[in-house]
Design a protein around this ligand. Structure first.
Ligand code: RB5
Length: 149
C-alpha cells in the first residue's frame, strides 16, 4: 500500500455531507496527501448527490485519482451512485473495522461515509485505516472478479 503522501484522492458530498467533508479535507491535507480534489458540493445548500458523485467516480475510474471518498447523510444514495461505475467498488462504512475489511477483502476504492450517523473522530479513524490497509487478494480477488454482471 502506498503511503498517503503518494496518494491522489478525490472527495465529494451533498449538502448533508458537506460539513464532514470540509473537516475531513483539513484532516487529510494535514497528512501531506499528494493531491486531494473536492468535486463538490461547494455549499451546504440543498443539492443532489449524483451531480457530484458521477464526476468523482469517473475521475477514480479513469485512474486520475487512486481513491475516492463519498459522503451523504446516510452514505447510501451517494454509494449507490458511484457503484454504477464499472471501475468503482464503494464501501459504505460506519466503523473502522468495516473500513479495514472493505480494503482487505473488497479492495474498495471509494470510502462512503454516512455523515449523519458517524462523528468526526470516527470518520477520521476510518480514513486512517482505509488509506493504510492493503487488499489481501487470493480468494477475495476471485470473489471480486464475479461481482460484475
Ligand atoms: C439528504 O437529505 C439525504 O437524503 C442524502 O444526503 C442521503 O442520505 C441520501 O441517500
Amino acid at each position: 500500500m502506498k503511503s498517503i503522501d503518494e496518494l491522489k484522492i478525490a472527495i465529494c458530498s451533498d449538502h448533508a455531507g458537506y460539513e464532514l467533508k470540509i473537516r475531513l479535507i483539513e484532516f487529510i491535507n494535514s497528512k501531506n496527501v499528494k493531491e486531494l480534489k473536492d468535486f463538490g458540493a461547494f455549499t451546504a445548500e440543498s443539492s443532489d448527490y449524483p451531480d457530484y458523485a458521477h464526476p468523482m467516480a469517473s475521475a477514480v475510474e479513469n485512474q486520475d485519482y487512486d481513491f475516492g471518498i463519498s459522503i451523504c447523510g446516510t452514505g447510501n444514495g451517494i454509494s449507490m451512485t458511484v457503484n454504477k461505475h464499472a471501475g468503482i467498488r464503494a464501501a459504505l462504512c460506519w466503523t473502522p473495522e468495516i473500513a479495514r475489511l472493505a480494503r482487505l477483502h473488497n479492495n474498495a476504492n471509494v470510502l462512503s461515509l454516512p455523515a449523519r450517523f458517524v462523528s468526526f473522530e470516527e470518520a477520521c479513524e476510518m480514513v486512517d485505516v482505509f488509506f493504510s490497509t492493503d487488499f489481501e487478494g487470493g480468494r477475495h480477488q476471485r470473489r471480486i472478479d464475479k461481482i460484475s454482471c
